[in-house]
Design a protein around this ligand. Sequence first.
Ligand code: CO8
Length: 261
Amino acid sequence: MEYKNLLYDIDENGIGTLTINRPKAYNAINAETMGEIGHFFKKTAPKLEGLCGVIVTGAGDKAFVAGADIKAFLSLDNKKAQKLSKQGHVAYDAIENFDKPVIAAVNGFALGGGCELAMACHIRIAGEKAKFGQPEVNLGIIPGYGGSQRLVQLIGKGKAMELLLTGDMIGAEEAHKLGLANHVVPAGEEVAKAKEILLKIATKGPIAIAKTIEAVNMFFNKRKNGFKYETEAFGACADTKDFKEGASAFIEKRKANFTGK
Ligand code: CO8
């Protein structure tokens, strides 16, 4: 599918890059863009041959994503707002539950729906000029794309409450200190760092990687028992050829050759 607001490619190592491409609006996400993000993770990315992971970033050097598109807000009512919020939940859940690692390369403002996008990714790399925040209260609303839940998961209730209630923006170092950013790198090196991590993960067994993502996400799924799931997933991994190959390679002191089977 042709996207109007997204660019994507896949390199020779199987690393996909998804760029939110509305630089004039600091990559703000309107309903069309959100629909495209959901479509990318549900329909396009699973079909990309040899894909080992995805980097999500923003076009230009100012913003990752500066939030939902505020210019579309004035026409919202309760019903329309809930519809948009649900659309965002579906798209960001697709990222969180994607079976290959997704890394946010945060190259500038990650505010509101942009911070929520970064938090839906499995890992976040912040450029030193990145700014994070959930400024929704400044607009008289609350986060609608999962921010009230995922920020608590990532940095704990007290700090999350402070950021959500004040709407304050924080820099990359503070985000790193809080556990919101995994790494801080010089501006312009966010994607390179994300690639370095994805290349390392690509040497592991793909089934084990998919099951790890599922098991970690399970911790936060109040309807399911993550520990029970972990046991079952561990058992399922033990049935794979990759598990035998990984264990054999260790014992034989050689590099494992995983096949995803
Ligand atoms: N929406 C639409 N346009 C935006 C947005 C945005 N979120 N952010 C920036 N822009 C546009 C500006 O309007 C401007 O465009 P133009 O030149 O045409 O006026 C351009 O990007 C550059 O912005 P500024 O001139 O303001 O640039 P500054 O460097 O002075 O400031 C900031 C950058 C600090 C990022 C500033 O633009 C800002 O505060 N933006 C808004 C940030 C924000 O409040 N984000 C949260 C939005 S609410 C949200 O995300 C809720 C998510 C859940 C939604 C649930 C369903 C509806």
